[in-house]
Ligand binder design. Structure first.
Ligand SMILES: *[C@@H]1O[C@H](CO)[C@@H](O)[C@H](O)[C@H]1NC(C)=O
Ligand SMILES: *[C@@H]1O[C@H](CO)[C@@H](O)[C@H](O)[C@H]1NC(C)=O
Ligand SMILES: *[C@@H]1O[C@H](CO)[C@@H](O)[C@H](O)[C@H]1NC(C)=O
Ligand SMILES: *[C@@H]1O[C@H](CO)[C@@H](O)[C@H](O)[C@H]1NC(C)=O
Ligand SMILES: *[C@@H]1O[C@H](CO)[C@@H](O)[C@H](O)[C@H]1NC(C)=O
Ligand SMILES: *[C@@H]1O[C@H](CO)[C@@H](O)[C@H](O)[C@H]1NC(C)=O
Ligand SMILES: [Ca+2]
Ligand SMILES: [Ca+2]
Length: 582
């Protein structure tokens, strides 16, 4: 067998431009023979001309291989006697087993896929002196223009070649896993027959349980998310002698370029990985708590799908009540404020086969979360004393006038407010509704000089609404408080009390000019004088003028701007019965 090497380098991409050259050679040969006017001498030797050789030739035909090829068969004068192209299907056959004429059996040896050969076969290696009735005359030399498209061998196995492996490859595909991947499927000659990209979605399937062709069922095993592989599947592990549809011919070797995007098992639960744990964690979330957290959501391959940060606010929800996907409901348990976790949720505990929005069906979700705060609707105010003076006998109670400093923060340390920045104390009458309920509670039973940390759940703070631009919705508040002054209040319901026995001649005492009636001015002067002399007390923390005015209006029964003795007595009488102001 003589193999003539092509004189020029031949580029695999240029078979078409070679074609006219071949034709010329064929014509030249024919004309040479006819010009000589000699009887055609049967050529005894097989002539092979490699007219196109691909750059890469990972495999070449050996005896026993099965091949698929196209050919154009002609006589030396160029007359066509047969062509696979006319039939639209490749010629498929085992090589070296006598299933084809000897010359072809020999000529195919050593060919690689996409190689093209012009083969000239003498009759002794073709149809001899008999020929084939009506097709091949006796002693015919046959020319075949052969293009090889496929090689495989019955002993072949699935071949996998990983060409990219991510740094972290902790979990790999096992039998019965569910996977999502992208692929480009080509025949061995490079013809694309299918691509998941054309459908704009991943291919999603169980693996190893017969949902896929056998070659893929094994070829995908052991992959990790992010890995890229070439999986070469011989036809007997793919679509066999039937092929599939119009794109996969019978007996075709298939080459899949695969990237794995997602992997889980229906038996999976969630996984929860601590990324950061604060030093102090006295309390952990439990079912029924209300939590505020930030999150970044990605798919397993790192594709971002959602983040609380993009909305500039935390995600807030009750835990364990089915308000969030079940995987998250579970993942939010046993967390500390300030903790960071990575929670990985399989689709059956997330958005299932349907997916939602940017989340594809059957996707595993990865949430990186940061716990901002949490509380329980049953929580009361938590009070921790930070400093107690040794003399802590006079304790604050409702009605007391308190002067205190505070630093207010959120649980994550965000500073909300501080009295120190205004350079003066915050002053309130305890129990009068001047501060949120939680603060009223937090300031109770405190003595001057005491320091406390008061934690206020939102239902005793600023509630679900928060304060626009200042306090987030449903936020737990932390107040560090120092009580600087306490002015005891009056008994409940009193705005003025006498410190000592009331003058028996009260009306006369107040009626300074002794004209038998008391205008507001006389009344006001008198009360203020008593307060100054320490004989009586006005409720601290309120506007004295207002209190006195109210007292006066109470006494001036007919509201004519003066109190008469009769009005005074009447009111005094009632008050003794009703325990009211004066
Ligand atoms: C790989 O995993 C390790 C440990 O979990 C982690 O520290 C590292 O950041 C990971 N690398 C990548 C590229 O994800
Ligand atoms: C498939 O082809 C597309 C488009 O050419 C390409 O982006 C992708 O990387 C290829 N490979 C896989 C595994 O999808
Ligand atoms: C979030 O806040 C940033 C900076 O304050 C602002 O630029 C952005 O528009 C806000 N985004 C939304 C969704 O409110
Ligand atoms: C979310 O991503 C942003 C930007 O990368 C990062 O600053 C933030 O810490 C992440 N949050 C969580 C909870 O992982
Ligand atoms: C404790 O303080 C109260 C009120 O300030 C005061 O009356 C009392 O004398 C103090 N007792 C001692 C032992 O200092
Ligand atoms: C508030 O914070 C400042 C600065 O840390 C500190 O000096 C002050 O004592 C704090 N006030 C209270 C009431 O805790
Ligand atoms: Ca008077
Ligand atoms: Ca009157």
């Amino acid at each position: 067998m003589r193999v003539r090497k092509s004189s020029q380098p031949v580029l695999s991409a240029m078979p078409v431009t070679r074609w006219p050259v071949l034709l010329l050679q064929a014509v030249f040969l024919v004309s040479f023979v006819t010009c000589n006017d000699a009887p055609p001498v049967p050529e005894e030797q097989l002539l092979i001309e490699k007219t196109s050789v691909p750059e890469l030739c990972p495999r070449s035909v050996k005896e026993g291989d099965f091949v698929r090829y196209h050919y154009h068969g002609s006589f030396p004068d160029g007359t066509k006697f047969d062509s696979s192209y006319d039939r639209g299907t490749t010629y498929n056959v085992f090589v070296g087993k006598g299933q084809i004429i000897k010359g072809m059996d020999q000529a195919l040896i050593g060919m690689c896929v996409n190689e093209r050969r012009l083969v000239k076969i003498p009759p002794s290696l073709a149809y001899g002196s008999e020929g084939v009735a009506n097709v091949i005359p006796p002693d015919a030399i046959l020319h075949f223009d052969v293009l090889l498209l496929d090689i495989w061998h019955p002993d072949d196995k699935v071949e996998t070649e990983t060409y990219y492996k991510p740094e972290n490859c902790s979990r790999t595909v096992q039998v019965s896993d569910f996977i999502r991947y992208h692929y480009n499927g080509t025949l061995l000659d490079g013809t694309l027959f299918d691509s998941s990209h054309n459908r704009m979605r991943t291919y999603d399937t169980y693996i190893g349980i017969g949902w896929l062709i056998p070659g893929m069922d094994t070829g995908l095993l052991g992959m990790c998310v992010g890995e890229r592989r070439i999986i070469t599947v011989p036809p007997f592990l793919a679509y066999k002698e039937d092929g599939d549809g119009k794109d996969i011919p019978p007996q075709a070797t298939l080459v899949f370029d695969v990237v794995l995007l997602d992997l889980h098992n229906p038996k999976d639960g969630i996984t929860s990985e601590v990324i950061y744990m604060p030093d102090n964690c006295e309390r952990r979330t439990q079912a029924g708590d209300y939590i505020r957290y930030h999150y970044n959501g990605t798919l397993l391959d790192g594709t971002f799908f959602d983040s609380s940060y993009s909305r500039n606010r935390t995600y807030d929800t009750y835990i364990g009540k089915g308000y969030v996907i079940s995987g998250m409901d579970e993942g939010l348990l046993r967390l500390c404020v300030g903790e960071r976790r990575r929670i990985t949720i399989p689709p059956h505990l997330a958005y299932g086969e349907e997916g939602r929005g940017k989340i594809p069906g059957s996707a595993v979700l990865v949430f990186d979360i940061l716990v901002v705060d949490f509380h329980n609707p049953d929580d009361s105010v938590s009070i921790t004393s930070q400093f107690k003076p040794s003399n802590c006998t006079v304790l604050s109670k409702n009605g007391d006038y308190l002067k205190y400093h505070y630093n207010a923060t959120l649980m994550d340390g965000t500073v909300l407010d501080s009295t120190h920045q205004y350079g003066k104390t915050y002053n309130i009458v305890l129990g009068s509704g001047q501060v949120v309920m939680g603060m009223d509670i937090g300031l109770r039973d405190m003595c001057v000089g005491e320091k406390r940390t008061v934690i206020i759940p939102p239902h005793l703070g600023y509630g679900e609404a928060g304060v626009e631009g200042e306090v987030p919705r449903s936020a737990v508040l932390i107040f560090d408080i120092e009580l600087l002054d306490l002015i005891p209040g009056l008994p409940d319901g009193y705005m003025f009390v006498w410190n000592e026995e009331v003058s028996p001649n009260l009306f006369e005492d107040i009626d300074k000019d002794k004209n038998g009636e008391i205008p507001l001015e006389e009344f006001s002067d008198y009360i203020k004088a008593q307060v100054d002399a320490g004989k009586g007390r006005l409720a601290p923390g309120f506007d004295a003028e207002k209190i006195i005015e109210n007292m006066y209006k109470n006494q001036d029964r007919n509201q004519d701007g003066k109190i008469t003795e009769a009005e005074f007595k009447l009111k005094d009488q009632e008050d003794k019965e009703r325990h009211d102001e004066l």
